[in-house]
Design a binder for this molecule. Structure first.
Ligand code: FAQ
Length: 311
């Protein structure tokens, strides 16, 4: 690539300018964005599955309506993000095919099961909490369509996080059995939530370049630390215990010291060996296959309309 073009591009990024789809961009910038936005979109779509699992079993009509709305929002986020990725010259069908062939990833967190109703609270509180921590800074990411998508998505994620906290609070303030369920959900979701931020900085292959391009605004460890600092007082308020004996306020750094997640487990989940990887991929493959007749019908209709207009 032309060094002058590259320097001019970097100067635009450094000056805080937004890059728009028709602007010149380095191939690596385009590829990184397709990877990150595509992975993000797939996460929203696959992320409907663990919560969708509880829609039919929500304990009250109100909880059911709330959960239904949240899961629908996630579908919307996925579609919104696929559109942002499409502005970079890849189609939604291609992205989906890459997900189903295992070439593209989705967030590790969605490979864990939702075993009890309290897990739905834990997902909203911790998983959406982690998602917002990562996505609020992305509203300032350098690629225009991605940054703008993040504005709306963050507003909705913030509602999701609050509903999760409200749900888990109800459980934590309930009977001893309900409180135990809330604690159990926290025990199982704590470390997988910490993993959402990606590997520790020393093992993060993309961070340096992505930060130089302002595709990422913070490092993985910075955001993980902020998440822990925000979540510890929330757990205290609930009367729940974070499952980490090393968790301790560190006055010098003005944040908590905490145990790293088990990175072996993280890489195993990424390789497809998490508790629900096979189920999730099976569900997405089935949905894609079962929807083929709708896509074919729409395409046939569009072709007919096009010839009619010509005639
Ligand atoms: N899971 O070099 P880095 C949601 C991969 S929120 C799976 O540090 P990067 C909302 C990474 O791709 C969840 N893979 O990578 C919701 C790379 O592999 P590759 C989605 C992971 O990209 C809530 C390798 O490890 N949010 O869905 C993970 O600079 C509730 C090396 O890592 C986003 O996607 C992981 N956790 O930083 C929905 C946010 N972490 O591709 C429903 C946007 C890392 O070279 C219910 N994404 N890897 O083969 C990002 O900010 C970044 O992509 C990071 C990773 C921070 C996730």
């Amino acid at each position: 690539e032309d060094p002058e073009k590259l320097a001019a591009f970097q100067a635009r990024i450094d000056a805080g300018e937004r890059i728009e789809p028709k602007d010149w961009m380095p191939e690596g910038y385009r590829k990184t964005l397709i990877r990150q936005i595509g992975q993000h979109a797939h996460s929203e779509i696959v992320g409907q599955l663990p919560e969708g699992n509880w829609i039919t079993r929500a304990p009250t009509l109100e909880r059911k309506a709330i959960l239904l709305a949240k899961v629908q929002d996630e579908a919307g986020h996925g579609l919104y993000l696929y559109c942002a990725a499409e502005t970079l010259g890849i189609s939604r069908d291609e992205l989906t095919e890459q997900l189903l062939s295992g070439k593209m990833k989705y967030s590790s967190i969605f490979n864990y099961p939702t075993l009890t109703w309290a897990d739905i609270g834990a997902v909203g509180w911790l998983v959406d909490g982690a998602a917002i921590m990562n996505q609020v800074p992305l509203q300032r990411t350098s690629f225009g369509p991605y940054a703008r998508a993040m504005v709306r998505i963050c507003k909705e994620e913030s509602f999701h996080q609050r509903q999760g906290y409200d749900l888990i609070r109800k459980m934590a303030e309930g009977t001893p059995e309900q409180k135990a369920m809330a604690q159990d959900a926290l025990n199982r979701f704590w470390y997988p939530s910490l993993m959402m931020f990606g590997p520790s900085d020393k093992d993060s292959v993309h961070s340096t370049q992505s930060m130089a391009w302002k595709i990422k605004i913070n490092t993985n460890d910075e955001l993980r630390q902020k998440f822990v600092d925000q979540t510890v007082p929330q757990a205290e308020f609930l009367g729940l215990t974070i499952p980490d004996e090393n968790l301790k306020w560190n006055e010098d750094k003005g944040g908590y010291d905490f145990s790293e997640p088990d990175w072996n487990e993280f890489y195993e989940v990424l390789k497809g060996n998490g508790p629900c990887n096979a189920d999730r991929m099976e569900a997405r493959t089935r949905a894609w296959r079962d929807g083929a007749w709708v896509r074919d019908g729409l395409m046939a209709h569009a072709r007919k309309q096009a010839t009619r207009r010509v005639a």
